[in-house]
Design a protein around this ligand. Structure first.
Ligand code: ZN
Length: 244
């Protein structure tokens, strides 16, 4: 039977996946009743704080993920190749904006239009990338069942800052030096005279530090656009990181 509220159901389905995955990492045994309690908590937060349902669910999920951090259990959260190294992400076609912001936060994230589901799964598994998807059915695939391959669902109906807050909270990402927002490559300091002909004359007059992407060669500098992005990243990060 088709639901009258397909979109809301897809959203709740996505959160149900996330709640179960995070509860499993807590070692909770009664996953289903735990997830039901989290939905009740979100419904209640939506009512008392006047939040839209999705925002309330994000708040509950992030708070749950942050508790995981406080128990010191996050080491078990990521599969072998990610432990101790920076996680890398593969974003599905709906998450190009999120990929750019993950790179700005200092993590490698791949995004390409046109990957189908099987290609996404194959690519993430072969490169040990965390798959980020807006498709609430994809986490049902068997390849994600034993926890060796990680998939996290993000709601397509919210802005990039909210999506990014979920990635920050669940994967315990500290803010690192930005990577290339276009491809995820590392930015390497370069002597100004080597790139002089690529710098807009007005910028060259007041700025001496320039960086080149080690992967795609694009030129970067810490101008006002960069400052705005870093400020926004810090705001998003602080919002999910309690001061204690
Ligand atoms: Zn690049």
């Amino acid at each position: 039977m088709r639901s009258k509220y397909p979109r809301i159901n897809r959203i709740r389905r996505g959160f149900a996946h996330n709640f179960r995955r995070i509860l499993e990492r807590f070692g909770v045994r009664r996953i289903e009743s735990g997830a039901a309690a989290l939905f009740r908590e979100a419904d209640s937060a939506a009512l008392t704080l006047g939040l839209p349902a999705t925002q309330a669910l994000i708040r509950v999920q992030n708070s749950l993920a942050m508790k995981l951090k406080n128990t010191g259990m996050q080491g078990t959260a990521l599969h072998g190749s990610c432990a101790g190294a920076s996680p890398t992400f593969l974003c599905d076609s709906g998450l190009g904006g999120l990929a750019r912001w993950i790179r700005a936060a200092g993590y490698d994230a791949e995004w390409k239009m046109g990957f189908d589901d099987d290609e996404l799964i194959e690519r993430a598994a072969s490169e040990n990338m965390i798959l980020l998807t807006t498709d609430s059915f994809l986490p049902d695939r068997r390849v994600f069942k034993d926890g060796r391959n990680i998939i996290a669902w993000v709601p397509p109906t919210v802005g990039v800052p909210e999506q990014l807050s979920m990635v920050f909270a669940e994967f315990k990402l500290a803010l690192l030096n930005s990577r290339c927002m276009y491809c995820g490559g590392r930015l390497e300091f370069t002597a100004k005279e080597l790139v002089q002909d690529r710098i807009p004359p007005r910028t060259a007059r007041w700025l001496d530090e320039y960086y080149v992407c080690a992967r795609c060669g694009k030129l970067f500098w810490h101008g006002t656009h960069w400052s705005r992005i870093r400020l926004r990243l810090r705001e998003i990060h602080e919002n999910i990181s309690p001061a204690d």
